[in-house]
Design a protein around this ligand. Structure first.
Ligand code: UD1
Ligand code: MG
Length: 451
């Protein structure tokens, strides 16, 4: 068994942000959550997160992780000092401990499993993840003997020019025998350029310590500033898009598309350029999304098309066509075989099957039955300045162009509303409603005439 400890107490000064570094989002999740996620396969006995800078904010961000234990590092005196704070929590433990930096968010679960297996098979005192980087600048350099035993780790800023040439870097991911580590931890010193207690100093006093090179060096990218974060996002996107391409999704111009890891797609979905899929979005087979669309936390049935539109927190059933320039939000629910067209906004509104809202409408807090035809420019006036009110339109009803439905108002089935009407009162089933002043034509009338 292994306990996991994540170092998440630092501020991350180089991010130049008031948000703690480990809470910076990366593709829909915080970096810290990604680090915790990467441990799933090894099934840790405990998750310990070391918090310090903005500790409450970090704790709150993990409130849905009920099995995480927090350890406070009041002052942030370095990574070694952070791990010293584990001494009371892990007192007497005979487990191994996997220590991860909270700013290394791209690790694969399989890599951590491999690290743990290597550690346990070889009965090492410590095993650490390393990589050979073309540009190792900023990382601690790992010095090994010819048997791949780690002798020393020296931080970039403490390296001589000669030592800086070593391209083998410390990823900040370590498996350690806790009992052996616990003996050394109290004796760390802060004699280095930063005057910090470095975790990396423990390895000179442990033996055997083995280094394991990671095959894909992008996995171990440590995020210290925003450029790193942007590069990590690109890597993550590449992984996500490769996965969907192999699963039968067509991406047209993949570089212009972004997809959160939490999104679920089906085979034969086509995503067109400049389209962004976020949050808990689920898109069924045969849908064609984009170009130029944004879909967030929304569910789309089969064969839906979305063209230059924005959908948030909404549901669209099979065969419906959305756009161009439609905006669905706030639990909009569109039935199957509908058309929601140009410049239509829908908020907290339900459409039954086969409805048409083709042009220039706002439908807010409304419920429409089946096969309702909403004329161009129909507006539900749902807000009286204080409260929002409901509009109901029954099956097979039609509103003429430029209808205003002043809520609360209820139209029965098979109602026809004359164009330009302002409907303020309920209309029974099977009726025509005309709610506008009658046209007056005055023959021969001119400005300044004697009339
Ligand atoms: C660290 C390693 C370096 C390695 C690199 C990999 C040390 C001394 N150096 O450097 O060898 O190549 O990671 O990315 O460990 N933290 C705390 N408390 C503290 C200080 C830091 O919890 O007092 C946390 C930070 O929140 C962060 C992690 O530890 O999540 C690493 O800290 P950071 O300052 O980024 O270390 P690096 O300089 O990147
Ligand atoms: Mg770092």
């Amino acid at each position: 068994m292994v306990a996991v400890a994540v170092l998440a107490a630092g501020r991350g000064t180089r991010m130049k942000s008031s948000l703690p570094k480990v809470l910076h989002p990366l593709g829909g999740k915080s970096m810290l959550e990604r680090v915790l996620d990467s441990c799933a396969l090894i099934e840790p006995s405990r998750y310990l997160v070391i918090v310090g800078y903005a500790a409450e904010e970090v704790k709150t961000s993990l409130k849905h992780w009920d099995h995480v234990e927090f350890v406070l590092q009041e002052q942030q005196l370095g990574t070694g000092h952070a791990v010293q704070q584990l001494l009371p929590a892990l007192k007497g433990s005979d487990e191994d401990v996997l220590i991860l930096n909270g700013d290394v968010p791209l690790l694969r679960q399989e890599t951590l499993q491999q690290l743990l297996d290597t550690h346990q098979t070889n009965q090492n005192a410590a095993t650490l993840l390393t990589a050979q980087l073309e540009n190792p600048q900023g990382y601690g350099r790992v010095f090994c003997d010819d048997k791949n035993q780690v002798q020393e780790i020296i931080e970039d800023r403490d390296c001589t020019p000669e030592q800086k040439r070593n391209q083998r870097i410390n990823a900040g991911v370590y498996c350690l025998n806790w009992q052996k580590l616990a003996e050394i931890l109290p004796h760390l010193s802060a004699e280095n350029d930063q005057k910090e207690y470095y975790l990396t100093d423990v390895f000179t006093s442990l033996s055997p310590v083995m280094a394991m090179d990671v095959a894909d060096v992008k996995e171990i990218s440590g995020i210290n500033h925003r450029k790193h974060l942007a590069d990590a996002y690109t890597t993550l996107q590449q992984r996500i898009k490769d996965k969907w391409l192999m699963a039968g999704v067509t991406l047209i111009d993949p570089d212009s598309i972004t997809i959160d890891e939490t999104v679920e797609l089906s085979p034969d979905v086509t995503i067109e350029p400049q389209t962004h899929l976020r949050g808990n979005t689920v898109i069924a087979s045969g849908c064609r999304i984009g170009p130029g669309s944004m879909i967030e936390n929304s569910q789309l049935g089969e064969q839906v098309t979305v063209f230059y539109s924005v959908l948030t927190d909404s549901t669209v059933e099979a065969g419906t066509r959305i756009g161009p320039y439609a905006h669905l939000r706030g639990q909009a629910r569109v039935g199957s075989g509908c058309r929601v067209g140009n410049f239509v906004e829908m908020k907290n509104t339900q459409l039954g099957e086969g409805c048409n809202v083709a042009h220039l409408s706002y439908l807010g807090d409304a419920t429409l039955g089946t096969k309702v035809n909403v004329g161009a420019g129909t507006i539900t006036a749902n807000y009286d300045g204080v409260h929002k009110h409901q509009t109901h339109i029954g099956n097979y009803s039609k509103t003429g162009s430029n209808t205003v439905l002043v809520a609360p108002v209820r139209l029965g089935d098979e109602v026809t509303v004359a164009a330009g009407s302002v409907v303020t009162e309920d209309v029974p089933t099977d009726a025509l409603v005309i709610a506008r002043s009658r046209q007056v034509v005055k023959p021969g009338w001119r400005l300044n005439s004697d009339e």
